[in-house]
Design a protein around this ligand. Structure first.
Ligand SMILES: *[C@@H]1O[C@H](CO)[C@@H](O)[C@H](O)[C@H]1NC(C)=O
Ligand SMILES: *[C@@H]1O[C@H](CO)[C@@H](O)[C@H](O)[C@H]1NC(C)=O
Ligand SMILES: *[C@@H]1O[C@H](CO)[C@@H](O)[C@H](O)[C@H]1NC(C)=O
Ligand SMILES: *[C@@H]1O[C@H](CO)[C@@H](O)[C@H](O)[C@H]1NC(C)=O
Ligand SMILES: *[C@@H]1O[C@H](CO)[C@@H](O)[C@H](O)[C@H]1NC(C)=O
Ligand SMILES: *[C@@H]1O[C@H](CO)[C@@H](O)[C@H](O)[C@H]1NC(C)=O
Ligand SMILES: *[C@@H]1O[C@H](CO)[C@@H](O)[C@H](O)[C@H]1NC(C)=O
Length: 447
């Protein structure tokens, strides 16, 4: 797979998934299941943790125009050479004030610990066909899924109740504001869910959607409010920042700058960030801003994610006034690529799954625990400025919630594929209505 290039008439909305599928297709025909697993769970190289005493710290610079602006990364960018990671780290000051956490409510009750309850009275919160902004990648019923119970589950925390969703109240919370989701296609799914949840009470002539681009904007005149999605799958500047034309085979990032995206997100009032799966595809090339000869360093995905989150954290800690701006971080969205994890000895994936997993505390191999603890460490130093929406455990239970084969596919599928549905199932994204609606109910609970 050389350059990743889209030449279809309709630009696909979820290129990441298509890559996964192509890798799936390529590898499952060439190699055994073992090879596929390598693609999904590339063991990160042993993280070259240089001790702090010898590490160089690089300070991100958010002051706008750089003197000799380094070349902007795009899908044509190349490294002139690649060397081992030098051990440079991002300097960011955390939040010394450990009191005044935003996660007030979670102190008395952890809403992320609970269970799924079948409730076809309260859920779904909207009908798939009533949402004009629904994506063909997520509209599972429309694409042939006939078991609809995935729409009927409500999240019930163990020790309290979630605030019940109220569309008018949500609109009042965003009146005169910009609500912006920033991240990858999972975050885009949550944004589509939010738009579907909110749009029903706005007359068709008083709402609009800007074309699908780096920044996509849903606007409601009556509330003078927008619900936006910014494509920034790695948070920092990268060669994957074009939502349609980007590369996945050689990811290059500028680990020390979020400026390209931050210039678009900085004026939003409520920000919801995520990043995870794009760091799970093997080593990442680092092109530091001060590097003048195009020499890259190479680092495993987890280490690169830590650098990128450091640059993001420095932006949050230096730019966010918690009285004026709310910032949320959504934790990693689990995948269900290996049914043997919940059904020992079985061969499939999420295809054909109709019910949630009911093993309390179930955790699949797709949700990397070392990554989670890195993320937790960073977020705990920002706790007065960032609220965590910890969706990982609750979504782990929902092996039934993925589109599997019931979505639009961009590549024509060969008959051999079609006769083996799990070979092309999407077990990464989530059907709507479904699991991401609950992520938004959690957001509503904390707003
Ligand atoms: C940040 O960039 C600006 C513009 O290039 C420059 O004037 C300033 O000195 C830089 N600040 C730091 C801390 O590097
Ligand atoms: C985060 O907080 C811990 C303890 O509160 C501290 O030891 C650590 O240096 C902080 N890290 C950063 C990057 O601020
Ligand atoms: C809800 O589920 C129950 C039990 O499965 C069923 O009897 C009932 O008809 C369902 N109601 C709706 C509105 O789907
Ligand atoms: C979905 O559609 C059904 C049948 O048209 C209707 O009874 C139900 O109230 C709708 N639900 C929502 C949340 O709009
Ligand atoms: C609309 O919202 C913006 C902030 O997003 C605010 O500056 C502006 O005054 C609002 N307009 C009206 C007419 O209230
Ligand atoms: C790579 O090297 C060439 C020739 O030395 C130079 O023109 C180019 O700018 C370099 N690339 C980068 C990204 O610096
Ligand atoms: C999210 O919850 C899990 C337990 O379900 C926990 O292990 C993890 O540390 C939490 N993550 C964050 C960022 O708080």
């Amino acid at each position: 797979m050389q350059r990743w290039k889209w030449n279809r008439k309709k630009p696909p909305i979820f290129p990441f998934l298509v890559l996964i599928l192509l890798l799936f297709i390529a590898f499952s025909t060439l190699h055994s299941e073992h090879a596929i697993q390598r693609i999904h769970e590339i063991p990160d190289h042993v993280h070259n943790h240089q001790e702090v005493s010898s590490a160089t710290f690089v300070k991100p610079n958010f002051s706008g125009h750089r003197k000799q602006a380094p070349e902007v990364l795009d899908r044509f960018s190349r490294c002139n050479s690649t060397v081992e990671y030098s051990g440079k780290k991002i300097a960011w000051r955390g939040d010394s004030r450990q009191s005044g956490r935003r996660r007030v409510r979670s102190e008395s009750c952890d809403v992320f610990s609970g269970k799924w309850v079948f409730d076809n009275v309260s859920h779904p919160l909207y009908n798939e066909s009533d949402c004009p902004y629904m994506s063909d990648q997520l509209a599972c019923h429309k694409h042939g899924r006939s078991d609809l119970s995935y729409q009927y589950w409500r999240w019930q925390p163990h020790n309290c109740n979630l605030k019940s969703w109220n569309v008018k109240e949500m609109w009042e919370k965003v009146r005169d504001k910009r609500l912006m989701f920033v991240g990858d296609s999972l975050n885009r799914g949550q944004w589509i869910s939010m738009v579907c949840l909110l749009q029903s009470v706005i007359p068709a002539d008083q709402r609009s959607m800007s074309p699908n681009a780096h920044l996509t904007i849903f606007r409601a005149e009556e509330y003078n409010a927008t619900v936006e999605f910014l494509w920034a799958p790695l948070l920092v500047e990268s060669n994957s920042d074009d939502p349609v034309n980007h590369r996945l085979d050689e990811r290059i990032i500028r680990p020390d700058t979020v400026l390209r995206h931050a210039s678009l997100w900085e004026n939003a009032d409520i920000l919801i960030f995520n990043t995870y799966l794009w760091w799970r595809q093997g080593p990442v090339k680092l092109l530091w801003t001060a590097e003048e000869n195009g020499a890259c360093e190479e680092l495993d995905g987890r280490g690169a994610m830590e650098l990128a989150m450091g640059a993001w954290a420095e932006w949050v800690s230096s730019k966010v006034d918690p009285l004026k701006k709310r910032v949320f971080f959504v934790t990693m969205s689990p995948t269900h690529l290996w049914s043997r994890e919940w059904k020992p000895e079985s061969e499939g994936n999420c295809y054909g799954e109709k019910d949630p997993i009911d093993i309390e505390g179930y955790w699949g191999s797709g949700s990397d625990l070392p990554t989670m603890s890195t993320v937790e460490k960073i977020l705990s130093n920002l706790s007065s400025k960032v609220s965590v929406i910890n969706i990982t455990q609750l979504s782990e239970y929902r092996k039934d919630g993925h589109p599997s084969i019931f979505r639009k596919f961009w590549e024509p599928l060969q008959p051999e594929r079609l006769s083996n549905p799990s070979s092309y199932s999407d077990c990464i994204h989530w059907c709507l209505p479904g699991v991401p609606d609950v992520w938004n109910e959690l957001l509503f609970h904390f707003l």
